[in-house]
Design a protein around this ligand. Sequence first.
Ligand code: UDP
Length: 621
Amino acid sequence: MGHAATEPMIFVTGASRSGTTMVTTILDKHSRIAGLREMQFFGEFCDPRRDPPSRRIDARDAIATLFARQERGILAGERGRSSDPDVERLVRELPAEAGAAEIFAATVARFAARAGKAVPCEQTPRNIYYARALLDWYPAARFVHLFRDPRGVMASQKFRWQRRSLMADPSQMSRRQQIRTWVNYHPYTVAQLWNVATGLALELEGHPRVHLLRLEDLLREPEARVRALCEFLGVDFEPAMLDVEHVNSSYVSTREAARGFSLAPIDAWRSKLSTDECALINRRCGRLMKRLGYQPEPATLSRLGAVTFGGRYLLHLLGAALVNPGRLWIQARGVLAAAGGRSRAVQGTVAAASPDSDSDEQNDGHLVRVFGLPCADAPLPAAARDLVACAAAGRPRRVVFVNAHSMNVAARDARLRRALHDADVVYADGVGMAIAARLQGERLRHNVNGTDLFPHLCREAAAAGVPLALLGASPGVTEACVRVLAERHPSLDVAFAHHGYFDESETERIVAALNRSGAGILLVAMGVPRQEIWIMEHAARLEIPVLMGVGGLFDFVSGRVPRAPAAVRRLHLEWLFRLAMEPRRLFGRYVIGNPVFLTRAFRYAVTGQLTSPDSTEATSR
Ligand code: UDP
């Protein structure tokens, strides 16, 4: 790596609207530090979490873009467009093999040199996504991360576009500006972005080259905080640093050119946010707020508020996609990768949830909370190994596969809700659950459904000598299923098989026969919610350790219903295929059920409730 990459440089980060511009302005007053504009380089030209510092990029394009942004700001500076002669000069000076890290470092170093200063200080808030990698890329770089009360962030975001238009009276905004304002701001997005940025910064607490600072502390005691900042950066404190104008503030028009530090931004949210917005923030950000000393105040989300937020969210996504698709995509990638990293870091393993298990058998699965259910996020072979190990050791496990349909049924059926919450092992099945997880700030890496798990389960069970019992599907189907299994897995012992259309009066006989069978795993295929409720009600009397509801599995195994081709499954469109196979039966489940589920997932992310707040059955755990 070239020379510039090892020179000192400063990254100022924070959730957007956390005071990064103010801190950069303060640092720019220092005789050695050059405060630069927002560069938005990382994420766009390279992704330091994935790419090596030597990553090849078009040097001329990158340098010209950085120059344009430094000259005209991120909104006006067009990509690759700058007529500054220094662009060509810098391109020529750089070694031909210069990679992304060096190109960026050399360009910002040039900006600092032009200001007659030694240390460039850049201020892209989202660089916190890349902080860990950038600290490796640049061994002399330092990060200054700003925390701010998320209610302050939200109030500032809400009024940002009014400020940008620089009009004293918002009612003078053009219709287009008003629509843009409205579309760009959504409290849920603000809260999620705050959580991600704050969570990532807290993970860096204690890093010798990272300084964490609360904006509120800086405003209350500027001199002490700026002195501490200088000490961290290894530069002398200079009194000029405290003589800042209120640049880019949402509260004071730039034209007034007010100077000094104002305490107004600390409490301004009180008059600017609605109770619903405060309630949403408390709900989504409460945990990290407390950790940072921002006291959430009690506020309850009204039903109207929840419905309005939900409806507006769709418009917000659509609007953001139309107004600025490129940035939306970079943000989304940054957030999703960060959320994924976090859920891997903070979640326990399946083993941790089952204290009596062999920890090495119970492996690399992680628990990811979706709708409050601890879903085991494990690859299929590992899940099958776990379950067969439990069966072989006689450890009781009630297993449920939860998908969009079962969550919809659970929302109106209290018994199914209980069956899901009381299960020992929960697997998340389908893309709907993956989307819900993301909305709830988590990430599921594996789709564990009964149908895909089954072949693994049969192989493991055959190898371990664990017999299976099949209960469910229509009479001919269960037998056909047994025949297919005998062909595919000759050494597998199917110790019991019975169809699923039996009368209540036959239950005793069936339970007794199951207990005599010596099976280690019982698969119940009677559809949601019947199978889960049946298992819950009879588990205490069943002497089979592993019990699971598997829906239409036997229909697929027997060949009665064809399974979607692998390509369709990879596209997450199996539901569409099933709908085409059985349109009458499945119309309600998919065509109506899928949008209902997405609304439900969003509502849960915002309110923590599975059902609407005044519904009589509403409970969530
Ligand atoms: N079924 C049953 N007993 C009943 C109702 C249904 O055994 O009282 C069977 C049905 O024959 C089918 C399975 O349960 O094999 C349910 O399939 P579905 O496609 O509804 O399950 P999914 O996997 O979609 O939950």
